[in-house]
Design a protein around this ligand. Structure first.
Ligand code: PLP
Length: 403
């Protein structure tokens, strides 16, 4: 046992994933292990494999790997492409950069549209690159839906329209690790070929499940893919899943949790879930503006309903600030990643969150700004209160929250 005194109350885990786990999900995970080749498992897995299509808005199969989200990236690439293929990626932030690095190390040739991490993937720049690709050498366009490092959300539909307009045959891959079940995403309707997700963000589970929702076109491409693969092979997975089983030991207890998490989302209603995230994103940004600080995302078109990255004034270390917040108020704020390390901190406002959670988190931030001696104006929490109270007056606020 440590000598540190106990922190009463609950810890404020305000990082943009992993997110706090609702009690019913924790209870569901806490069950005896069962035989993953037996009938009880088969029943569970058949039910979950069907139910998990809902957040992706797909009728196609969704593959569930016992992996983190990063595994989902790799599975998407190695199942559909061949070594030496060109892929187009947009530098929205650290996660796009890591996916780009992975593509290179696998032997793909990524064309990386560089950016300053302060906007989402820009359809106009993507269009320009695809237009120049007369011989259709680009085999896939890879977009991070919600860039968790920078707090930007990319317009998936607009990018689909660019592909359609140019009649470009590239596959369309979307990293939805931090957007699934928090921001609307329509795998089938928006013509996404592989949607990649993970369990520990909007789905309110521990880390350990990686998802690939796949299209018919991606399935066709997988039959011609030239990459060697084994663990990540869709073919083995799909063949086994057809009977409710997996080619290797699945994360059974996380599937119990997923079963219940999907029920909770269904009960709230996905449109309400999305509206709640938009509302909390707006409340958080209003607080940041009132403090006189700067939101890293510089174009409202790309504001994230999931996470807000906040720039500190030059000369102030964001990690020292985060340490003060943790020490004094038992709140974990997200660290700045990669090129914005030390310059930004992140406030996660996703998953199992309500108005008072957000106000508690913003209070922790405002008090910590004071303790850390960071120049700011008072009234950020008040600005968020004003906005949320105003929203609550509107009987339909739960669906109609302002963008
Ligand atoms: C968290 C995250 C990942 C990485 O997922 P892991 O589960 O850590 O492997 C990838 N992309 C985005 C956008 C993320 O937020």
């Amino acid at each position: 046992m440590s000598n540190k005194p106990r922190s009463p109350g609950r810890h404020f885990l305000q990082i943009p994933g992993p997110t706090p786990i609702p009690d019913p999900v924790l209870r569901a995970i806490d069950q005896p292990v069962i035989d993953h080749r037996g009938p009880a498992f088969q029943k569970l897995s058949k039910r979950v494999l069907e139910k998990v299509k809902a957040p992706f808005k797909t009728k196609n199969p969704v593959i569930i790997f016992p992996s983190s989200g990063t595994g989902g990236w790799e599975a998407a690439l190695v199942n559909t492409l061949s070594p030496g293929d060109k892929v187009l990626m947009f530098e929205t932030g650290q996660f796009a950069s890591l996916w780009n690095t992975m593509a290179k190390s696998l032997g793909l040739k990524p064309e990386f549209i560089e950016s300053d991490w302060r906007i989402g993937a820009d359809p106009a720049q993507i269009k320009e690159r695809l237009k120049a690709d007369k011989n259709h050498e680009i085999k896939a366009v890879c977009v991070v839906h919600n860039e968790t490092a920078s707090g930007t959300t990319s317009p998936l539909q607009e990018i689909r329209q660019v592909l359609d307009e140019l009649k470009h045959p590239a596959l369309y891959f979307v990293d939805a690790v931090s957007s699934l079940a928090s921001i609307d995403l329509r795998h089938d309707e928006w013509g996404i070929d592989v949607t990649i997700a993970g369990s520990q963000k909007g789905l309110m589970l521990p880390a350990g499940l990686g998802f690939n929702a796949i299209s018919q076109k991606a399935l066709e491409a997988s039959k011609k893919s030239g990459f060697a693969k084994s663990y990540w092979s869709w073919a083995d997975m799909l063949a086994n899943n057809a009977n409710g089983f997996f080619p290797y030991t699945p994360a059974t207890n996380l599937l119990y949790g997923l079963d219940v998490a999907l029920d909770l989302l269904e009960q709230e209603g996905y449109d309400r879930v999305f509206a709640r995230h938009r509302r909390h994103g707006e409340a958080t940004r209003r607080a940041v503006v009132a403090w006189g600080l700067e939101v890293l995302c510089k174009d409202p078109k790309y504001y994230s309903p999931v996470v807000t990255s906040v720039l500190l004034p030059p000369g102030h270390d964001a990690d020292a600030f985060r340490a003060i917040a943790l020490e004094n108020f038992d709140i974990s704020l997200g660290t700045g990643l990669g090129r914005v390390a030390g310059k930004v901190f992140r406030i996660g406002h996703l998953a199992d969150t309500n108005d008072l959670t957000i106000l508690g988190a913003l209070s922790g931030v405002e008090m910590s700004l004071e303790l850390a001696g960071i120049p700011h104006k008072k009234g950020g929490v008040q600005a968020a209160i004003n906005y949320l109270a105003e929203q609550a007056k509107n009987p339909s606020h739960k669906l109609a929250a302002a963008e």
